[in-house]
Design a protein around this ligand. Structure first.
Ligand code: HEM
Ligand code: HEM
Ligand SMILES: [Fe+2]
Length: 477
């Protein structure tokens, strides 16, 4: 068991990233709740907080808490793969503080400048107006530098260590698209179809290819840590998953091209390849369950194990099954842009990434504090409440979305009147109310989770949450 005094410097940075990530997760939930309330009472907090900005904060912070948690996860897990500390930690620490300052500055800009004309200047200083990557260009430059330093931390360490395992090789190769695709956050094209076309390269590829590969590698490392799973088994599965992700996700991007002016052949290509996208996700489930069976469920960290298992299943259900439901052009015709999509978006992000990074955070607080096991009931409550909340929200949105598909599209013929009428049906209204109720349950789960993580960190021999980040003996083990 790792003791507190022998943390690598990259692991100390990881704890910082996890703290930031859990805090951002909370911020995201607050904005989600405000947006959900505005669905019921449209004038809630208006004009101080307009829905468009509340939603922007919600989804941008989503990307941020996951990205910072990914950084933390690799900073935590990789020293044992490389058998040494990561290189370039001074620069990585500067990047961390730069990220904190940038996030705060962009959030304030968004909140104080919610409307106004768009010019070249506002693209640089205020808002780029592209969903999920709204941050102004100056901030995108900071993010790009941050990712570049991160790529250096990892590839530089591999070179210095002269040691590459199967898992680290996959992570290293994945760094190229992780960085390269982010460049699409920059150009602003006047042709909307072209702009959307390339923008999906970032949005779809990040979440359905590079992030999937990354989480696959992280899950592989967690399975080895928590259950002593054999390296050859997890690596074999990882290769299979990566091959399938690339085979399906690359052309599967076509499922976003149905409505934005792209050539018609994308209907067939997108429909076919995206329908195959659940395959690698199924591989992940089999992989995790196989490893669990192989080791007769002997695990050293129960919460990490449960969250990893849920990641495998949740990824398959939220991304695979829920995505499959709406991916064929024949069905997307009715489901496009309804709450059905939002249902899929929530369950996919939660299952694929939320659960995965929470698992690593539990692993980190355990190892940092030198705990043999993580006992108590709090983690079980957090697990239960968060998942009841999320699957409840997903179910409610599914009902609301199906009502839209049925009344607005199938019966109403997609007219504007039908659009309004569908939103007044009891199915839709109750779905939106139930999402709010389950949102509160989710929020309660978050409170228990955050409290539990802080409590475990405080029980450590050297408390992690409150400034332990300055533990002695950096970089040695
Ligand atoms: C209390 C918890 C939450 C509430 C009440 C909530 C509520 C909302 C609302 C009202 C929207 C706007 C939907 C629209 O424009 O029609 C939204 C969008 C979104 N939320 Fe949440 N959310 C919560 C948690 C989460 C979590 C934990 C995740 C991911 C792990 C997430 C991911 C998303 C995504 C990806 C979108 C954009 C979906 C789209 O436009 O299709 N949310 N959420
Ligand atoms: C981890 C993986 C995935 C994540 C995080 C994810 C997330 C999302 C999100 C947030 C959206 C809404 C995008 C927007 O703002 O317009 C979306 C749309 C969509 N997703 Fe996924 N997704 C994943 C995997 C999949 C898979 C595997 C499939 C198909 C099998 C799929 C099919 C779709 C389709 C068809 C849409 C467009 C829906 C529409 O036309 O409104 N997704 N996804
Ligand atoms: Fe996609």
């Amino acid at each position: 068991m790792t003791s507190v005094r022998s943390l690598y410097s990259s692991q100390k940075l990881a704890l910082r990233y996890f703290t930031l990530s859990v805090a951002l997760f909370g911020v995201m939930i607050v904005f989600g709740l405000v947006a959900a309330t505005q669905y019921i009472h449209p004038s809630f907090l208006f004009p101080a907080l307009a829905f468009n900005m509340v939603k922007t904060m919600h989804v941008d912070v989503l990307i941020l808490w996951l990205l910072t948690a990914f950084f933390g996860s690799l900073f935590w897990l990789l020293p044992s793969e490389f058998k040494r500390d990561l290189v370039g930690m001074r620069a990585a620490n500067v990047v961390f503080w730069l990220f904190c300052a940038t996030i705060a500055a962009v959030a304030l800009t968004f909140l104080f400048v919610q409307t106004g004309p768009g010019t070249d200047k506002t693209l640089w200083l205020i808002n780029q107006g592209r969903k999920y990557v709204e941050e102004p260009r100056w901030a995108a430059v900071v993010v790009a530098i941050g990712i570049a330093v991160f790529v250096y931390n990892i590839i530089g360490t591999a070179v210095a260590a002269k040691r590459v395992t199967g898992i680290t090789a996959v992570i290293i190769l994945n760094m190229i698209p992780l960085f390269g695709l982010y460049m699409i956050a920059f150009p602003a094209m006047t042709n909307m179809a072209l702009d959307q076309f390339w923008w999906w390269w970032l949005v779809h590829f990040w979440v359905e290819a590079t992030w999937e590969v990354l989480i696959g590698a992280i899950v592989a490392l967690v399975l080895m840590r928590v259950m002593n799973a054999s390296r050859s088994v997890v690596e074999t599965w990882l290769y299979i998953e990566v091959a399938l992700v690339l085979a399906t996700g690359v052309l599967g991007i076509g499922h976003h091209y149905f409505w934005m002016g792209a050539p018609k052949y994308w209907l067939g290509i997108g429909g076919f390849f995206s329908a195959l996208e659940p395959l690698p996700l199924l591989g992940m489930v089999i992989h995790a369950v196989y490893d669990a069976g192989e080791h007769k469920m002997k695990m050293t960290n129960q919460p990490a194990f449960y969250w990893t298992m849920l990641e495998a299943f949740g990824n398959f259900i939220g991304a695979g099954v829920w995505g499959f439901m709406i991916t064929l052009p024949q069905i997307n015709l009715f489901a496009h842009g309804t709450q059905w999509t939002a249902s899929h978006g929530h369950l996919a992000f939660w299952g694929a990434y939320g659960c995965g990074v929470i698992s690593v955070i539990y692993l980190a607080v355990q190892e940092a504090g030198g705990h043999e096991q993580i006992g108590g009931r709090a983690w079980k409550w957090a697990f239960g409440l968060l998942n009841t909340g999320m699957y409840g929200m997903g179910g409610s949105l599914l009902i609301a979305g199906m009502a839209q598909a049925f009344y607005e599209r199938a019966i109403g013929g997609s007219t504007f009147n039908a659009y309004v009428a569908a939103q007044q049906t009891p199915w839709f209204l109750e779905g939106i109310w139930m999402r709010w109720v389950f949102g509160l349950i989710f929020t309660a789960g978050y409170a228990v989770l955050a409290g539990n993580l802080i409590a475990i960190a405080r029980r450590s021999r050297v408390p992690v949450a409150a400034g332990t980040l300055a533990v002695e003996g950096a970089g040695t083990r």
